[in-house]
Write a protein that binds this ligand. Structure first.
Ligand SMILES: Cc1cc2nc3c(=O)[nH]c(=O)nc-3n(C[C@H](O)[C@H](O)[C@H](O)COP(=O)(O)O)c2cc1C
Length: 194
């Protein structure tokens, strides 16, 4: 439990990992607050080896709530880098999960591979091929900002029925172009993001 763990270039001081957990405590514009500094700082002081920050939205329309952290704007980098610094000062390796809620996001601007609603939620706009490329670019920019903020670990949220998962699943992906149909096609969006 207390032996270091090496993963590529990152050495985690022990085997205790805090997974990404939504905390709904950001400002409406997705900025870090003092609450996050206390929350993540406390876990670092407690000795967690790897802290993975909560699902952090790569697009404003991809937030899971209106108080989720955001990484869709360069202005988000400063607050996130303060969390990295704070955690690192107390010995934790700092990671972040980046995310897009797709048809299960908060707000009215729902997007998905197809216009199939999640039960009890609005009908999403089916992304065009060009719009898919724009969303892939948002993930790319989110990863770039995470790197600039100093995170050593990046986790891509591909589960829980959110946008990437919506492409992977034939239940929500009814596309007939190169992003739908076969497993290879349904994986294309995720592979392009990676
Ligand atoms: C309050 C809370 C918030 C969560 N938020 C996220 C999240 O932002 N991203 C995610 O992938 N999983 C989230 N989860 C799921 C946890 O990551 C999951 O419980 C964790 O991987 C531990 O797995 P286990 O419960 O099977 O041990 C959340 C869980 C809880 C309890």
């Amino acid at each position: 439990m207390f032996a270091p763990f090496k993963l590529k270039s990152v050495t985690i001081p022990n085997r205790i990992v805090m997974p990404a957990m939504c905390m709904y405590s950001a400002t409406e514009d997705g900025f870090v607050t003092n609450w996050h500094k206390v929350h993540y700082g406390s876990r670092a002081v407690g000795g967690v080896g790897l802290i993975i920050l909560e699902a952090t939205a790569v697009e404003k329309r991809g937030r899971l709530s209106n108080h989720c952290l955001g990484i869709w704007d360069d202005q988000h980098i400063e607050g996130l880098s303060e969390l990295v610094e704070l955690g690192r000062t107390h010995g934790s390796v700092m990671g972040i999960q980046i995310a897009h809620g797709g048809r299960k996001a908060w707000g009215d601007e729902l997007v998905a591979p197809s216009g199939v609603p999640f039960p009890d939620m609005g009908t999403p706009h089916a992304l065009t091929t060009k719009e898919i490329q724009d969303v892939v670019e948002s993930w790319r920019q989110g990863a770039r900002r995470a790197h600039e903020a100093g995170f050593d670990v990046l986790q891509i949220h591909g589960a829980h029925g959110y946008l990437i998962h919506e492409f992977l699943s034939p239940l929500s992906n009814k596309r007939t172009d190169e992003y739908g149909g076969s497993l290879e096609n349904r994986m294309r969006f995720l592979l392009e993001i990676i």
